[in-house]
Design a binder for this molecule. Sequence first.
Ligand code: BG6
Length: 470
Amino acid sequence: MIKDPIQFPHDFLWGASTSAFQVEGAAADDGKGRTISDVRSEKNKDKQMDTSVSVGHYHHYKEDVQLMKELGMKSYRFSISWARIFPKGYENEPNQKGVDFYHNLLDELIKNGIEPIVTLYHFDLPMGLIEDYGGWLSRNTIDAFADYAEFMFKEFGSKVKYWLSINEQAVMSGNPGMIGIEGSDPFELNQKCQQASYHMFLAQAKAFALCHQILPNAKIGPAVSYITVLPASMASKDVLECKRLENYVSFSQMDTAVNGKIPQYYLNMLEEQGVKLETLPEDKDILKNGTADYLGLNWYCTMTGKYKKSEKVKSPLERAINLELVKNETLKSTEWGWTNDPIGFRYALLSCYERYQLPIIITENGWSSKDELVDGQIHDVNRIAYLNDHIYQMHLAMTKDGVDIISYNPWSFIDLLSVNDGMEKRYGLVYVDRDNFNEKELKRYKKDSFHFYSEVIRNNGSVVKAPEEY
Ligand code: BG6
């Protein structure tokens, strides 16, 4: 039997993704303030590229948008650097040059038929907020974020329909350095990080409410890191603990954003870790009055877990969840251990849709490798296979499982500064000719995956091949 070629809805938004500090460079240009991402990358400067030049998107944005157009992109998910708009994070007046840059970028995108999907805050908290208030530990940062969001909706609202609030809040609260929180005792650090995360929930809810009030036709959601956790065996205790980890890391974030209430299971887990949240009576209403219109999902891989009760509890998480992560021998992985599990992707999409029945935008999904430039070409076959198989499964999720997906934005449009691994670990469809220590001329090359994805977009999915096992 010959299968019909797959087809996506005619208005499906095929896109790609980046974030400000990972691509822009120009870290101190035109009045931009320093951010925690700048500071962290400077500290690592002898090991990898920092944010000062990065891949130079700030100065190459026109060339980059032309490449997006050539690729056929219908959407572009990127973030605005809070500190380009308000250098310390909380001034009364914006930095006009920063505002102008994003107007120019948005105009260029719109002129080329590309729908912007804009993240307000992707890991780059302005240092001013950390130095002057302690960052997310202070309620002042909630107000600063709400003021920044309000400014953004008013300034750019006529050009942006899709907004994302905070990228991967749980990743930040699990990594104190990413939000400028320091200390050595894991339990004290966790107490601080969870308080910071609680404040982020409130800030996000305020931004949701403001968006609805200022831009009734716009849509806003969170960008959640969703790692699907598979049980290593059929034992119920493995299944249960895997689900609890998924709840802790991912669904707690989505439940709060969608239902306007921090779920009880999450509060219980925090209590088991010894966390005591400082709350105010009005917080419940703030959360209730600002909820998401859609879900932004960053989904890369599955993990596999096995029940394990720690003899000696070393980390707060071990107090709440009895699980160890194990290698899944059935799956291929990147050099950094991220698995390739396309069916896991379909399963994840179905799980989210079952739970919320909200539209989904895939805000990240991708394959990292140490790509090599040989005679002007990059043969990134593993990335092509990853994209093909994930797009195929996404299509099954839409057609067989009825999941409402409106846009797919793989990570990343262009090679960029990996959060953990600098320029070694590349994700882009576009190659940038620089390494960690030599920026060369930042020349752009189209990888084989660029050509593959471009064909996918041009044919609205029909060139995607069914993997053999289906
Ligand atoms: C996501 C982030 O967690 O994963 C991105 O939103 C990040 O900013 C991506 O780049 C991949 O992680 P890494 O560490 O490989 O860059």
